[in-house]
Design a protein around this ligand. Sequence first.
Ligand code: XMP
Length: 509
Amino acid sequence: MIIIIDFGSQFNQLIARRVREHNVYCQVEPSNISVSKIRSLQPQGIILSGGPSSIYEDNSPIIDKSLFDLGVPILGICYGMHYMVHSLGGKIKKAEKKEYGFANLDIIDAEPLFKDMGTGFQCWMSHGDSAMELPENFVVTASTENTPIAAIAHHKQKIYGLQFHPEVEHSINGSAMIGHFLFDVCHCSKSWTMKSFCDGAVSQIKDAVGDKKVIMGLSGGVDSSVAASLIHKAIGKHLFCIFVDNGLLRKNEKEALEISLIKNLDLNIRFVDAKEKFLSKLQGVTDPEKKRKIIGSLFIEVFEAEAAEIEGAEFLGQGTLYPDIIESKSAFGGPSSIIKSHHNVGGLPEKMKLKLIEPLQLLFKDEVRKLGAELGLHDDLIWRQPFPGPGLAIRIMGEITAFRLEILREADAILLDEIRKAGLYRELWQSFAVLLPVKSVGVMGDKRTFANCIAIRAVTSNDAMTADWAKLPHDLLGKISNRIINEVDNINRVVFDITSKPPGTIEWE
Ligand code: XMP
């Protein structure tokens, strides 16, 4: 396996994904990990990530220098390379200005990272500082016009540095470079596949749970569905699922879940109709954070009451993914965790004295989808767009009422129907309707109208940390708008949201 040391780069998860795309297992660890811990993990290689800091800043992240004496191959990227050069006795030049964007890389020494890549190619830079003087026994292996020391190597010790970012798609040959590091330098084998993961996870769950019971909340989303079917494969009828209908679901959500998951797997499941409870607690509430808190704690209350009826449950299954684990471990924390309080069932395990089973905690979303396919889940379920825990409540600006929920549900169903028909559903990270708190004047037939407004939100993204608004074709937007206005009562205007994240967020609340 490979260890990626997190120096705070916005791309560290991307590095991990690139490694795993080569079927090699990797773990992201914070930079305050001890070198003895690293040694005990027996990595075949170490990647030092980039980071926002300059090594000259007071609190810039560091790792013990003895890392370089482990005898394990190391690849430093951007800040990772600066740190390497600085700690091994070279010099780093403080930036006068940042270099950001494309650069043409000229290869000086192709071995081992640039093998079979010709004389040069385009790479992607994002840095301030750069290397000025190399430590002993290092050589320059590539340069660009602005950055004479763009790649370095200590061939004997198998330590390499790249000033640019091989992990971003804009760096041509980036994935091949990472592949050369993994296979030619570290001699990794391609043993990380979803089949091997699935077999390992099933036997681990069996060992951990034995003949005890696991309870789990199902939301109908990809993560909880895949986690449930994996646990089910391991322990069958010892898994008890609970689906809470909070009244904030999309049209036909429960039915879709029944068809796609429950019938196929023959799951033990309890459906709890808590619509009235949620709606009455949300009455008159307009503040987004208040909505989230009410929904979060009511969910726990309802789930807990239901779970209490399942005697002897010792475990709580959750669909936690690797990015959440990385974020919670990161020395820097992830931006999305601070911006909005995300709803999860974090309070439950301690309160109910349950042990956690989180079988997806080493996986990225794309791997979860592959695992879903390995488990035989239906494509429609595997490729579902994410849907937030608080549901339509955070897509209705202002007060949530049964009437407003119905308007949004209908508009949203039309939007999704047209997106699917246009063959765009899988390409988009999310696409949905938002009900705005304004009314505007219109004319329908010969009558003046004064009715509600729907916003269309559609974004592309890899991980929801950043997102771009999707450039939906104008005729598709026209069709969605026409259908919503004609088919949904009380809507007379549709607008399209053209905000990226940042500065916006994906959801409106
Ligand atoms: P934002 O709006 O923060 O959303 O850009 C990022 C991703 O997280 C989802 N989201 C949530 N998911 N509970 C959830 O389970 C929440 O409270 C919540 N808020 C946002 C959102 O749909 C997007 O995929």
